[in-house]
Design a protein around this ligand. Structure first.
Ligand SMILES: C[S@@+](CC[C@H](N)C(=O)[O-])C[C@H]1O[C@@H](n2cnc3c(N)ncnc32)[C@H](O)[C@@H]1O
Length: 400
């Protein structure tokens, strides 16, 4: 018999034997592991619930459906609190903002051909098996409704044994679908694909890097401004998650009339902030900045927005460049933003909002700012990756 002592940040249970890491268990549970590896829960935790999705048993898309929402919320808050405490930081934790079920508006499915046609779904738990997920509780109904189109695409895109990637993003005027495949896009295939996209009401269909057809603009709406992101470009995972992050960014930067948005993407924060402030958007991907700029130009009513393509790891904005701004928003990838944070710490800027998807690099970067004299009064955890071990964080840093 083993007792589960705690969970790792990936949600695996640390067992009392000091070496086993066991999936889908909860702290305090006593489990019996048979010789063949099958596991039986002898004493379940009070936080254990029946999984809301009937696919949970076999599907590897979710990790934490066996735990109550309250447990997952506390566990995610704790991951962030511990990462910060490791650097001596103890801000107030605001209530977590968890996205509802069926709210993920972007998903990467896998597809493969079968004798009867095609199977599209998520990979199984720790396996390459594909699981059909017609009642998935994670993604939006609009994403699930694309399954027939994705199956037809798989038949056209997959080799006999290989798999294809199908990245699907919900837009107001149909799904935006990006197919990742080894198959070449021939002129004949292009005609067939365009007809398929039309028949299924897709907004855009892209084959590897090549646009096949755009039937309707695959726009995202950032604070009332429409932007057409490049295929597969970064997008916050849920509308609700994006709204929670934006509400915090907006509240923290109140009163700033010149804002720099670092790692700006396609303008998730830039464009809503431009309703009241001039914003300079800096980002390494030129296609994303071009999309942001086109959206701004078409939007007309916004304050001035400028863009700059720049690698902020190698060439961060230096203190003399930062001096122009009243506030900075910084939303780096998982690696964090060591170089840019260092430059912000040396600058005289008064207000910084940091958004992060990695508690470890967030805490490291936060510590640099706090050591440079910034106060970090609170942190909010935003859970837009429901039932997964991912967390999103937003926090203000203000000069005392
Ligand atoms: C977490 S996303 C945030 C995007 C945007 N703030 C949003 O909410 O949609 C991080 C962004 O950083 C960009 N990025 C990654 N590495 C970069 C680098 N070295 N320099 C500048 N931007 C980078 C990515 O292209 C991506 O758009």
């Amino acid at each position: 018999m083993l007792t589960i002592e705690s969970l790792t940040h990936l949600g695996l249970g640390r067992a009392s034997d000091g070496r086993s890491l066991i999936p889908r268990v909860l702290p305090g549970e006593e489990i019996d592991v048979a010789q063949d590896g099958t596991m039986r829960i002898v004493t379940p935790s009070a936080a254990r619930v029946a999984a809301p999705c009937r696919h949970f048993k076999s599907c590897g898309g979710c990790a934490m459906q066996h735990a109550s929402d309250d447990f997952v919320a506390g566990w995610k808050q704790d991951i962030v609190a511990r990462a910060l405490a490791a650097h001596g930081l103890h801000p107030v934790l605001h209530a977590i903002a968890t996205s509802p079920t069926q709210s993920r508006r972007r998903a990467k499915f896998a597809g493969r051909r079968t004798k009867k046609g095609a199977l599209v779904g998520f990979h199984g738990r720790a396996s390459h098996t594909l699981i059909d997920v017609p009642d998935c509780q994670l993604v939006t109904p609009a994403l699930l409704a694309t399954m027939p189109a994705l199956q037809e695409l798989t038949i056209l895109a997959a080799s006999r044994k290989g798999e294809v990637d199908l990245t699907v993003t919900e837009t107001a005027l149909g799904a935006d679908v990006l197919v990742g495949t080894d198959k070449d896009l021939t002129p004949d295939l292009r005609v067939v694909l365009a007809a398929l996209a039309n028949a299924h009401g897709l907004s855009r269909l892209v084959w590897n890097d090549e646009p096949v057809v755009t039937i309707n603009p695959p726009d995202q709406n950032f604070g009332g401004t429409k932007v057409t992101p490049p295929p597969g470009a970064f997008l916050q995972a849920t509308k609700q998650g994006e709204a929670a992050l934006l509400a915090a960014v907006d509240a923290i930067t109140q009163g700033a009339s010149r804002i720099v948005d670092l790692f700006a993407g396609c303008g998730t924060f830039t464009l809503p902030l431009a309703a009241r402030a001039e914003v300079h958007a800096v980002e390494s991907e030129t296609a994303m900045l071009a999309a942001l700029d086109r959206g701004w130009r078409a939007g007309r009513t916004l304050r001035k927005v400028t863009t700059e393509a720049r690698d902020l790891f190698r060439r961060p904005l230096e203190p003399d460049e930062i001096a122009k701004y009243d506030a900075a928003v910084i939303d780096p990838p998982r690696a964090g933003a060591e170089a840019q944070i260092d430059a912000l710490a040396r600058s005289d800027i008064k207000t910084i909002v940091m958004v992060s998807c990695n508690p470890v690099t967030f805490a490291r970067d936060a510590k640099v700012l706090v050591d440079a004299g910034f106060a970090m009064p609170w942190v909010q955890v935003v859970d837009q990756f429901r039932w997964s071990p991912h967390v999103e964080i937003v926090s203000p840093f203000t000069r005392k």
